[in-house]
Design a binder for this molecule. Structure first.
Ligand SMILES: NC(=O)c1ccc[n+]([C@@H]2O[C@H](COP(=O)([O-])OP(=O)(O)OC[C@H]3O[C@@H](n4cnc5c(N)ncnc54)[C@H](OP(=O)(O)O)[C@@H]3O)[C@@H](O)[C@H]2O)c1
Length: 256
């Protein structure tokens, strides 16, 4: 099995890389920081059933970076694509510089669409595409307006693809994690029942990948209940709740 994972050096992407390599997948890891990719290669070991693990250095918030990865996906059919890299720039929208908001749109939406398109062009029967959204896909958080909207886009896009691709035998999943403790100190102000470890998020995703039943996967019982509740609660109540609480935070950008 060959798998390409974006944002594979940290957090959820790294947990995917380690778990899938342990299952025998040959992993292609994508991120911007080469030394982190090299460290990941050492951790992953020699390779999987389809050859050596490898990596691509690419900034997926840029057209060049997207082209590099799309070309790789077109040149070699992959069994699994995990569109995981994502970015948030929290803060009230009107006073957040546009040059911080737009890269989040490019990385969270444009890159996901472009890489899904390249992947599906060559995907064979049995292939799978995982797009990482968030529980904020179901309810926008004030202070994360652009991020929440990008994740709603990813979830909606993935659900439609799930239906379109079923006759081809290609499975598409919108993975919607709640707050995930991707680094020490993150989400310590959120009720513990809602916070999952990256490994737990990935374990839930891999179970759903084996079953291939549902288009949308929300890891963790408490987060799944909250996601379902957003369909019945008044929108204004949800907005107040999310504005007052800390809510799921995400990558603030490069950290090293
Ligand atoms: N953490 C949460 O609480 C949470 C909750 C719900 C959903 N999510 C979603 O889960 C996904 C992973 O989040 P995470 O918190 O695990 O991320 P993270 O720990 O911040 O890791 C981000 C990864 O993406 C790479 N990356 C960042 N910007 C990139 C770019 N422009 N081009 C290519 N690679 C880039 C980073 O490497 P480089 O910096 O070297 O590029 C790193 O490998 C995201 O889509 C996020 O929105 C996270």
């Amino acid at each position: 099995m060959t798998t390409l994972i974006t944002g594979a050096t940290e957090g959820i992407g790294r947990a995917f890389a380690l778990a899938l390599a342990a299952e025998g997948h040959t992993v292609t890891a994508v991120a911007r920081t080469e030394r982190h990719l090299q460290a990941l290669m050492t951790e992953l070991g020699p390779g999987g059933s389809d050859g050596e693990h490898d990596y691509l250095v690419a900034d997926l918030a840029t057209p060049d970076g997207v082209r590099t990865v799309a070309d790789a996906l077109t040149a070699t059919p992959y069994d699994l694509l995990i569109n995981n890299a994502g970015l948030a720039r929290p803060g009230p929208f009107a006073v957040t510089p546009l040059d911080q908001a737009l890269p989040a749109l490019r990385l969270n939406c444009e890159a996901v669409v472009a890489l899904a398109h390249a992947f599906l062009a060559t995907a064979g029967h049995g292939a799978a595409l995982v797009n990482v959204a968030s529980t904020l896909a179901f309810a926008p958080q004030p202070g994360q307006a652009v991020y929440s909207a990008t994740k709603a886009f990813v979830a909606s896009f993935s659900e439609a693809l799930w239906y379109e691709q079923r006759p081809r035998g290609v499975y598409v999943m919108a993975l919607c994690p709640g707050p995930t403790a991707t680094r020490p100190g993150l989400h310590t102000d959120i009720p513990a029942a809602l916070v999952r470890a990256p490994d737990a998020v990935v374990a839930a995703a891999l179970t759903a990948l084996r079953r291939r039943r549902r288009p949308t996967v929300v890891p963790g019982r408490a987060n799944a209940l909250l996601a379902a509740a957003t369909r019945y609660l008044p929108r204004t109540a949800i907005l107040s709740l999310l504005a007052d609480g800390p809510g799921p935070s995400v990558s603030q950008g490069p950290r090293g």
